[in-house]
Write a protein that binds this ligand. Structure first.
Ligand SMILES: NC(=O)c1ccc[n+]([C@@H]2O[C@H](COP(=O)([O-])OP(=O)(O)OC[C@H]3O[C@@H](n4cnc5c(N)ncnc54)[C@H](OP(=O)(O)O)[C@@H]3O)[C@@H](O)[C@H]2O)c1
Length: 327
């Protein structure tokens, strides 16, 4: 395994494995035995960066989520897991009532929600402190200052370590970080956005992001990352939810002329290296000039093995240049 530091403050920063494990569907679509086997193997291979959220996976049973955190709590207890494993979670997008969604009924990012939701997450996970807590989606009703101060209070109390943000317009991230810095408070240091080798169009409206695909790490976010060395991008859905293996799963926003060109180079490099396309994508993210940590979910141990092997796949400068340039 290889490792990378997330965060800058010596009191809260952590060394995490360059491949993060997504636990979104653990305890719902992925049964407990399979999830425990995957988690055990991930840790055995040196993995120590696991991702969940207080709302995973509400859409699988029409509830409010929490199954993933609860499963991780049971796994931690049964294995005697302590501080060595970094479990990141998120708040803000939990539906306020069963049968509803974050699209129009999310808990949001008020100071009260931040305090109460973080406490519930700590209970479900069975931890005194959340290693990394993200604001999951934007809240347009609450001021950025309230959100910034709400998170900072928990850091000051020691119940939260690092702060992160997901699916926010880059200007909001910058504004929130400025508000925090001006007040001498901790700000977001880990950015979680969708990112893979294939690039989406940004003009396909979604329910959640009516302005376009806000959840994707676009050129503005990557440029921000380049300017701010203290930030890390945690790249969610790096394998496009299995679409490299099952092309019928490719979402509509990837249906454009750039996709076949990038797929061609991915397949060429996979052939040259003897790796799979999934592995080339992950190795390209891990070994690039920007601090990008792929966060992949798996539904089996075999998928995990394939993804773990990508950590040791070294692409040549020439292969990387071809992957970068394809469009
Ligand atoms: N911040 C956010 O808003 C947000 C949004 C989405 C996800 N996330 C986080 O990111 C994590 C990963 O995201 P994701 O599950 O959407 O996308 P992903 O990691 O791109 O896709 C995971 C799926 O891809 C397939 N897969 C994985 N490895 C494979 C392999 N080696 N060969 C073939 N298929 C493979 C599996 O699908 P099958 O099970 O169908 O085989 C697996 O469930 C989540 O667990 C969650 O923690 C965050």
């Amino acid at each position: 395994m290889k490792y990378r530091t997330i965060g800058t403050d010596p009191k809260t920063r952590r060394e995490v494995s360059v491949l993060a494990l997504g636990a979104m569907l653990f305890g719902s679509r992925t049964d407990e035995d399979t999830a425990f086997a995957v988690l055990d193997r991930y840790v055995e291979a040196g993995g120590n960066f696991i991702d969940t959220s207080d709302n995973y996976a509400f859409w699988t049973d029409g509830g409010q989520g929490g199954q993933s955190e609860e499963l991780l709590g049971r796994w931690r207890r049964s294995r005697g897991i302590g501080d060595e494993i970094v479990i990141a979670t998120k708040l803000g997008a939990r539906p306020l009532a069963p049968g509803t969604s974050y699209v129009d009924n999310a808990e949001g990012l008020s100071a009260k929600v931040i305090r109460e939701a973080a406490e519930r997450s700590r209970e479900r996970l069975g931890v005194d402190r959340l290693d990394l807590l993200y604001a999951h989606i934007e809240d347009h009703e609450v001021s950025l200052r309230e959100t910034v101060e709400g998170f900072a209070e928990l850091v000051a109390e020691g119940t939260v370590g690092l702060l992160g943000v997901s699916n926010h317009a880059v200007w909001r991230v910058e504004r929130a970080r400025s508000v925090a810095a001006a007040a001498g408070l901790p700000g977001y240091e880990v950015l979680q956005y969708a990112h893979s080798h294939l690039r989406p169009r940004y003009d396909v409206p979604e329910d959640l992001f009516p302005d376009g695909s806000l959840g994707h790490a676009g050129p503005d976010l990557l440029g921000y990352l380049r300017e701010e060395p203290g930030l890390t991008l945690v790249a969610y859905s790096p394998l496009l939810k299995g679409a490299y293996t099952h092309p019928d799963r490719l979402p509509a926003d990837f249906d454009h002329p750039g996709t076949p060109a990038r797929l061609r180079v991915l397949r060429d490099v996979a052939r040259e290296t003897g790796a799979t396309v999934n592995q080339v994508v992950l190795a390209w993210q891990i070994g690039g000039p920007l601090p990008i940590l792929p966060l992949a979910g798996v539904s089996s141990s075999a998928q995990l093995e394939e993804n773990l092997a990508a950590v040791d796949l070294e692409l040549t400068e020439r292969q990387r240049a071809r992957l970068d340039a394809a469009h």
